[in-house]
Design a protein around this ligand. Structure first.
Ligand SMILES: *Cc1c(COP(=O)(O)O)cnc(C)c1O
Length: 433
């Protein structure tokens, strides 16, 4: 950190002032958003607060450059330092995840996934993924997404037997059954709302049995994997995709990795020129910085704390009468089934009430949710952002109390305002920098 030169706040103030000189409207919006982030608790499981170095690496002159192609093979001159930046990002990604090849150019996780589809599948090919409403991602076969429109998704369910100790967890027998029946070319694992450990070795066994390639999308858990706090998809998965902005705490972007040279060549061609044009080199500089941070011992501590905080929050909410799906969490997130507190309560209402109270969450379907995605019966909560901020396992009990009070208040304006006041005061103790 550069505290001895400038605090994060001073740099952010300077940036805002600079923008204000030419564009007051943009500066007003920037300042308002900064104030919102400072004064609220961020419990969205896919979000985080990046370090000053990660943030400001994005606001640099590397955005000025076209660097279509790959290091050493560009379509434009002047790429001497861009080659070095991208190579360093690749090297750090490989070191962080223990693999042979890394493509750091995907603009986002969805683009990373689409590039894998373009590189390894043909239109109409069958692939297998989790029932999307049970915790999957739209890029895993949603009908209106390219993956569902131009390919043929088949889905495996979770364990739906409420009496089973495996209730709401991955049903590996069902994965095998679906794969043997449909013979997918690609088997996907990795999810957006799954609170338990993924057994990549088991998935590989099934992939081998049915002749599929195994793809692990670790968008959510990448930071935990990098820190050794969740088992690694390597050497089991043939290809691994991720975002860089969730638990990994880097800039908004994507990453594709493999240890298979043939697969890496196919994916590189699919990504550019197949899927994208020029890479976002300023973002890739920021990926360099983020990967460097994730390689440090402090990041392991961070990942451990993320999980400890999630377990603490899940426990405290359970004690307050909320049902957590699967009975708890192994990672950074949990799904709260609101129906046990109030059969009528929807995720949409709870999200709105909590936002009024300064607690930012997202409505989320629970497995086999009878309600549509715009209502849902659940909330997804995650601890990556509040842990970055410095909140402890004990703080999670206070957070659970505020959630409890707000839900108990049924959206009452007075209750929301009271919690909002307490949250705001609490947030002042944890400045964002
Ligand atoms: C977040 C996420 C993505 C993609 O994210 P982008 O918004 O496109 O960056 C892909 N897969 C999973 C499982 C995710 O959770």
């Amino acid at each position: 950190m550069a505290q001895d030169i400038h605090s994060h706040d001073e740099v952010a103030d300077a940036v805002s002032e600079l923008i204000r000189r030419t564009d007051p409207a943009a500066a007003d919006l920037l300042d308002a958003e900064r104030a919102r982030q400072q004064s609220t608790l961020e419990l969205i499981a896919s979000e985080n607060h990046v370090s000053p170095a990660v943030m400001h690496a994005m606001g640099t002159c590397l955005t000025n450059k076209y660097a279509e192609g790959y290091p050493g093979a560009r379509y434009y001159g002047g790429c001497e330092f861009h080659d070095k930046v991208e190579t360093l990002a690749q090297e750090r990604a490989k070191q962080l995840f223990g693999c042979g090849f890394a493509n750091v150019q995907p603009h986002s996780g969805a683009q990373a996934n689409a590039s894998v589809f373009l590189g390894l599948l043909s239109p109409g090919d069958t692939f297998a993924s989790l029932v999307l409403a049970d915790g999957g991602h739209l890029s895993h076969g949603l009908k209106v997404n390219m993956s569902g429109k131009w390919f043929n998704p088949v889905h495996y369910p979770l364990h739906y037997d409420a009496n089973s100790p495996e209730f709401e967890r991955i049903d590996y027998d069902a994965v095998r059954r679906v794969c043997l029946e449909h013979k997918p070319k690609l088997l996907m694992c990795g999810y957006s709302a799954y609170p338990r450990v993924i057994d990549f070795a088991k998935f590989r066994q099934i992939a081998d049995e049915c002749g599929a390639l195994l793809m692990a999308d670790i968008a959510h858990i990448a930071g935990l994997v990098a820190a050794g706090e969740h088992p690694s998809p390597f050497p089991h998965a043939h290809v691994v995709t991720t975002t860089t902005h969730k638990t990994l705490r880097g800039p908004r972007g994507g990453l594709i990795m493999t240890s298979d040279e043939e697969i890496s060549k196919k994916i590189n061609r699919a990504l550019f020129p197949g899927m994208q044009g020029g890479p976002l080199m300023h973002v890739i500089l920021s990926k360099v910085v983020a990967f460097g941070e994730a390689l440090k011992p402090e990041f392991k501590q961070y990942a451990k704390q993320v999980i400890a905080n999630a377990k603490s929050l899940a426990k405290a909410l359970t004690e307050r009468g909320f049902r957590i799906t699967t009975g708890g969490t192994d990672n950074h997130l949990m799904l709260v089934d609101l129906r046990t507190r109030d059969a009528e309560l929807t995720g949409a209402d709870a999200e709105q009430w909590l936002e009024r109270a300064g607690i930012i969450t997202n409505k989320n379907g629970v497995p086999q949710d009878p309600r549509p995605p715009k209502q849902t019966s659940g909330l997804r909560l995650g601890t990556p952002a509040v842990t970055t901020r410095g909140l402890s396992v004990d703080d999670m009990t206070r957070v659970a109390d505020w959630i409890d009070m707000t839900i108990e208040g049924g959206g009452d304006a007075g209750v929301c305002a009271q919690v909002r006041g307490e949250v705001e005061q609490f947030c002042e103790r944890y400045p964002l920098g």
